[in-house]
Design a protein around this ligand. Structure first.
Ligand code: CUA
Length: 345
């Protein structure tokens, strides 16, 4: 194969591959983590910066590539001595291609810095809801100090109201990223980083940890559940109820009662998990209202009996590297524990 043939083949392969990648980004399937589909004012500010900067970048790309192609063909070698006139040190041109990009970068830089300052501005109106976010390997803890609520994996917020997240980590660096509502921000042990999120419409907004944090980094997802203010108030009131005592549970349902016995006894779940009014450990997620959630274990599993059973059989098998430790349980014990967990609603 001649050199030029091989070159042409390679070029066609590159073009085809690029085309596939570009087309792959289209399609009309749902894109739950599409950062180009802002659903709140913070994400919209970022999008309003991204779109014009992207257009400028595309225009610059075609201009520069166009000039290169023009020069390639216009001045290509046609014979042994057809060198074009040589120009060195054209002051006008050199000033032009120095000043024009510098101005362009200055304009882009101005709007970028302005957006950074804007989104970092802490809400001063006192209207914002404050939530503490704590990253753990590999799940998210949310505390609402003003409401005295602690929950996990699902961040519930009211719509149309800024929510200030004050974020820190319990172990390694994580990154909080709900793309339709805000940008991403590192969550660092020993440090508190703040960011604001806000949703326009009720709904579930997906996100995930965006900083490699260990074996199950990819299994550290998150959900933001946005409600109308009335629904949010209902949710909050629900979360504030204390848990039932094991005796109350046993009086309602014998199997759940047996599960409670395991939970606070030989399975020792209470040595890591809080159930408000019953246990106070904070190593694992607070389980007081576990069954008010749709997901568990870093928002990777739907909360249902089948998934809980797989989880309780062998947590490491379904989510490698997680910190849940539990003794081996019989199938009957698992059934009882799940019956108890189902009372934590
Ligand atoms: Cu937490 Cu990656």
């Amino acid at each position: 194969m001649r050199w030029s043939q091989r070159w042409r083949l390679r070029a066609s392969a590159a073009v085809a591959a690029t085309g596939l990648v570009v087309l792959g980004a289209c399609g009309d399937e749902e894109l739950p983590q599409n950062t180009l589909d802002p659903q709140g004012p913070v994400a919209r500010q970022l999008d309003d910066l991204f779109s014009p900067v992207f257009l400028v970048a595309v225009a610059t790309f075609f201009l520069v590539e166009g000039l290169i192609l023009f020069a390639l063909f216009r001045f290509r070698s046609r014979g042994p001595d057809d060198a074009p006139p040589q120009i060195h040190g054209n002051v006008r041109m050199e000033l032009g291609w120095t000043i024009a990009p510098a101005l362009l970068m200055a304009v882009v830089g101005f709007f970028t810095v302005r957006t950074i300052l804007d989104i970092n501005e802490v809400d001063a109106s006192g209207e914002a809801l404050a939530v503490e976010v704590i990253g753990h390997q590999f799940w998210w803890e949310y505390r609402y100090p003003a409401l005295n609520i602690t929950t996990a994996n699902e961040l519930h917020i009211p719509i149309g109201r800024p929510v200030t997240l004050r974020m820190t980590s319990d172990d390694v660096i994580h990154s909080f990223w709900p793309p339709k509502l805000a940008g991403k921000l590192d969550v660092i042990p020993g440090r508190t980083n703040s960011m604001e999120v806000e949703a326009d419409q009720p709904g579930i907004y997906y996100g995930q940890c965006a900083e490699y944090c260990g074996e199950s980094h990819a299994n550290m997802r998150l959900r933001v559940v946005a409600h109308s203010q009335a629904d949010f108030d209902r949710w909050a009131a629900d979360q504030q109820r204390p848990g039932l005592s094991p005796e109350q549970v046993a009086a309602r349902d014998a199997e759940a009662g047996a599960g409670a016995k395991l939970f606070y006894g030989s399975a020792a779940c209470n040595s890591c998990h809080t159930v408000s009014g019953q246990s106070t450990a904070t190593i694992g997620p607070n389980l007081t209202h576990l069954f008010s959630r749709d997901v568990f274990a870093g928002a990777i599993f739907d909360l249902d009996e089948r998934n809980l059973r797989r989880w309780l059989r062998d947590p490491q098998a379904v989510k490698p590297g997680n910190r849940m430790v539990i003794r081996e349980l019989s199938e009957e014990e698992i059934t009882q524990l799940i019956a108890y967990l189902e009372t934590l609603e």
